[in-house]
Design a protein around this ligand. Structure first.
Ligand code: AMP
Ligand code: MG
Length: 419
C-alpha cells in the first residue's frame, strides 16, 4: 500500500510547513477512499443520506396529460379560432376521469389534476367562460394546448433523474415517492469517532479545579458531526499520557472510518504526539497557512483516517468547516457539489489582515437598503467561542489579500442552508 507521504509527494506545491488551505483540502482528498457499502432504506429514512443507485423512471410523471386549472376541456381545432358555444357533456375530477368521448361541439368540465378526456387537448379556465344551462360560451383567443400538463413533463420513462452520490433532500424524497418507489439504496452512514485531549480538561457537570477548562470542543464537534448525518462515537476526554492516547487512537480507529481529535498538535505538544503517532499509524503534521487553526495532523491508522485538530475552540470549528467537512462528505460517497458557496458582501468595517494566509473572521451578514453588508463580531481570538455563536457567517479573506477597508467587497460563507 502506498503511504500518505508517497501519495502527497507527487502533489504540486505540497509544503507541509506552509500549506495553502486549498492545497490541504486537495491533499486530503487525494488520500481518501470513500466507503463502498450500501443498504436499502424506506424513502423517509433516506433523508440526509447519500444515494447509491441511479434512479431511472419506469413510469411517466405525470402518468397522463391532465388539466393544470379548473375549467373546461375542449378540442382546440373545434374552436376554429372563433367564439364558440359548446355543450357540457360531463365532468372530470382529479382521480375521477370522464368515461366518455368528447365530440365536435362538446366540452367537459375539468378540475385541476383531472385526466384530459379523450378528444380534448386544451383547457379554458372557468373565469374566462360564460356558462348557462349546460351551454358554455368560449371566447376567441385561446391557444392550443393551454393549461394542460403533459404526461412525463416532470419525469420521463427511461431518462435518468438522480445520480449515485447525490445527497437526498426533501425534494428527492418526494421525487422518489412520485415514481411509486417505497425504498431506495443508499450508502451506509459514515462512522466517525471523536475525542478531546488535554490534561486541563474537565467534563461538564464536574466542579472546575484550578487551571482547568470545561471540555467544550466535544460538544461543538458533536453538533457539527451530527449535522453531517454521520454515525457518532464519543470517546470522551483523553489525558496527555502516551499510554492512554495510544489506546484511544487504536480503539477509535478500529471503530470508525474517521477519527477527529482536538488538542495536542500545537508546536509545544506536537513532538510528543508525533512520537506516539508513529507507533499507531502514519500521521503527517501540517502547518496550514490559515487563521485561526494553523497546526493540524492528518493521517491514517489502520483503515481509518485521522483529523487531529488544534485545541482552541474557534480553531476547531474553522478547521472543521474549511477541511474536515469536505473530507467527511467525500468519504461518505458524495459526488454532487457540496462546497459551501462563497458569496460577495460589502464590509461595513475595516478588517486587519496580512497576505500569506487565509483568514476566517466571524461575521454578521445584514441588509442595508438593497445591499448585503457584513461586519465582524467583536473579539476574534481563537479561544473566543462567543464569536462563532454571535456570527451568522464566516468572512473568508483569501490567501494573498492584505487589509480590508470599509466599503470593500469580501467573500462570506453562510452558516445556515435552506434544504
Ligand atoms: P492545545 O492545542 O492542546 O495546545 O490547546 C490550545 C488551547 O485550547 C488551550 O488553551 C486549551 O486549554 C484549549 N482547549 C484544548 N482542548 C479544549 C477543549 N476540548 N475544550 C475547550 N478548550 C480546549
Ligand atoms: Mg493540549
Amino acid at each position: 500500500m502506498t503511504s500518505l507521504a508517497e501519495t502527497l509527494s507527487c502533489l504540486d506545491g505540497y509544503d507541509p510547513s506552509a500549506l495553502h488551505v486549498d492545497k490541504a483540502r486537495e491533499a486530503i482528498r487525494s488520500c481518501l477512499v470513500p466507503i463502498a457499502e450500501t443498504e436499502t432504506v424506506k424513502v423517509r429514512e433516506a433523508l440526509g443520506r447519500v444515494l447509491a443507485e441511479e434512479i431511472v423512471p419506469r413510469i411517466n410523471v405525470p402518468a397522463h396529460d391532465n388539466s393544470a386549472m379548473d375549467g373546461y376541456a375542449v378540442c382546440f381545432s373545434d374552436l376554429k379560432g372563433e367564439e364558440r358555444v359548446l355543450s357540457e357533456v360531463g365532468t372530470a375530477l382529479a382521480g375521477r376521469p370522464f368515461g366518455g368521448k368528447v365530440g365536435p361541439g362538446e366540452c367537459v368540465r375539468v378540475m385541476t389534476g383531472a385526466v384530459m378526456p379523450p378528444g380534448t387537448d386544451t383547457v379554458v379556465i372557468q373565469e374566462a367562460v360564460r356558462a348557462e344551462d349546460g351551454k358554455i360560451l368560449i371566447p376567441k383567443g385561446q391557444n392550443a394546448g393551454q393549461n394542460v400538463r403533459s404526461a412525463g413533463e416532470d419525469l420521463k420513462v427511461g431518462v435518468p433523474v438522480l445520480a449515485p452520490g447525490k445527497l437526498l433532500r426533501p425534494a428527492e424524497l418526494g421525487l422518489i415517492a412520485s415514481l411509486g418507489l417505497a425504498e431506495v439504496r443508499v450508502r451506509r452512514r459514515l462512522r466517525v469517532a471523536f475525542f478531546s485531549t488535554g490534561d486541563e480538561l474537565a467534563s461538564v457537570g464536574a466542579a472546575l479545579k484550578e487551571g482547568e477548562v470545561y471540555d467544550s470542543n466535544r460538544y461543538t464537534l458533536h453538533g457539527m458531526l451530527a449535522r453531517l448525518n454521520v454515525e457518532l462515537t464519543d470517546f470522551g476526554v483523553v489525558r496527555d499520557d502516551p499510554g492512554k492516547l495510544e489506546i484511544a487512537f487504536a480503539r477509535s480507529a478500529a471503530a470508525a472510518d474517521a477519527v477527529v481529535t482536538t488538542g495536542g498538535v500545537s508546536v509545544g505538544e506536537a513532538d510528543f504526539t508525533k512520537e506516539l503517532m508513529a507507533k499507531v499509524g502514519e500521521v503527517l503534521f501540517w502547518k496550514i497557512a490559515m487563521r485561526p487553526g494553523r497546526p493540524m495532523a492528518f493521517g491514517k491508522i489502520g483503515h481509518s483516517f485521522l483529523f487531529g485538530l488544534p485545541g482552541n475552540p474557534v480553531a476547531v470549528m474553522v478547521t472543521f468547516y474549511a477541511l474536515v467537512r469536505d473530507a467527511l462528505l467525500h468519504l461518505s460517497g458524495r459526488t454532487d457539489d457540496y462546497a459551501v458557496p462563497l458569496l460577495t458582501a460589502v464590509s461595513s468595517v475595516p478588517i486587519r489582515k496580512v497576505p500569506g494566509r487565509t483568514e476566517y473572521q466571524r461575521g454578521i451578514l445584514f441588509r442595508e437598503g438593497t445591499e448585503w453588508k457584513v461586519r465582524t463580531t467583536g473579539q476574534q481570538g481563537s479561544g473566543v467561542l462567543r464569536s462563532m455563536s454571535e456570527a451568522n457567517c464566516l468572512i473568508v479573506l483569501e490567501h494573498s489579500r492584505g487589509k480590508v477597508e470599509a466599503g470593500e467587497a469580501v467573500q462570506v460563507q453562510l452558516f445556515e442552508g435552506l434544504a
